[in-house]
Design a protein around this ligand. Structure first.
Ligand code: 1GP
Length: 257
């Protein structure tokens, strides 16, 4: 049996939801890595207290996954969570994996098929398995995930569909809900949808896609997001990670005091 390196992530996500402490993950696509930018992004993330790195992408262009995980874990103790675009993006060099079921879509391979294929590898690995109801929401532009997954996102204004989908995911035993407008979305998930979904379920709610400013991140945590994911906007401006993390820490402090 391989020993886990770091404390489990799920209890910390649940505790954060219960006590109103909001969290932030920086999404790194290993295939879009430019080493200069990665150094800056790591330094900013460490200095500003980013909670997690999510690692993954929709395509495998350079097969940099293991190298990326090694570089990050050589620099810091921030937990590394795989956010796999497909069942090839697996590595036991991470700490955990979002075991995503694409519950907004009706593609059986992404609801259960890929999970069957990867289950034996994951069972034997030291990875913490975070079963996640992954919900794509229309972000105003067709995203890579929507195209590759061959699924339609939930229309941006259909809060009721999002609520029912999240409820069904929770009832099926999924441990997290991830509302994603998709990387590079023009229109992030609406505050109204986040508010209604977050109020309907007890499990932690992750929100990502198109977040480009501390103001938008704050609006989303105020609406009920427990964990904000930011990727695309940091590729050209790693310092933004620090600004968004400060805003989220500031909000969490206000809730506690
Ligand atoms: C995408 O939620 C993530 O799956 C992050 O989106 O890259 O637009 O920040 P961005």
């Amino acid at each position: 049996m391989i020993k886990r390196r770091k404390p489990l992530i799920y209890p910390s996500l649940v505790a954060a939801r219960q006590n109103g402490r909001k969290q932030m993950a920086v999404l790194i696509d290993p295939d879009k890595l430019r080493l200069g930018n990665l150094d800056r992004l790591l330094k900013t993330s460490i200095d500003s207290g980013v909670h997690y790195f999510f690692i993954g992408g929709s395509l495998i262009v350079n097969n940099m996954l293991d190298a990326c995980l090694e570089i990050i874990s050589d620099h810091c103790e921030i937990p590394l969570v795989l956010f796999p675009g497909n069942s090839f993006q697996l590595s036991d060099k991470a700490d955990a994996i979002l075991f995503l079921s694409l519950i907004s879509g009706r593609n059986p391979e992404l609801l259960i098929g890929n999970h069957v294929i990867s289950a034996p590898f994951l069972k034997a690995s030291p990875l913490e398995i975070l079963s996640t109801g992954y919900m794509l929401v229309d972000g105003g532009v067709e995203t890579t995930v929507a195209y590759i997954s061959n699924t339609k996102p939930i229309p941006a204004h259909k809060d009721d569909i999002a609520v029912c989908t999240a409820l069904a995911g929770e009832m099926l035993g999924l441990k997290l809900i991830y509302l994603d407008a998709g990387s590079g979305a023009i229109r992030p998930v609406s505050e109204s949808m986040i508010e209604q979904v977050s109020a309907s379920v007890d499990i932690p709610v992750i929100v990502g896609g198109g977040i480009r400013s501390p103001e938008k991140a704050l609006a989303q945590v105020r609406a009920g997001a427990d964990l904000i994911v930011v990727g695309n906007a940091l590729e050209n401006d790693p310092s933004l990670a620090g600004e968004i993390a400060s805003a989220i820490h500031g909000y969490s402090l206000q809730q506690i005091t």
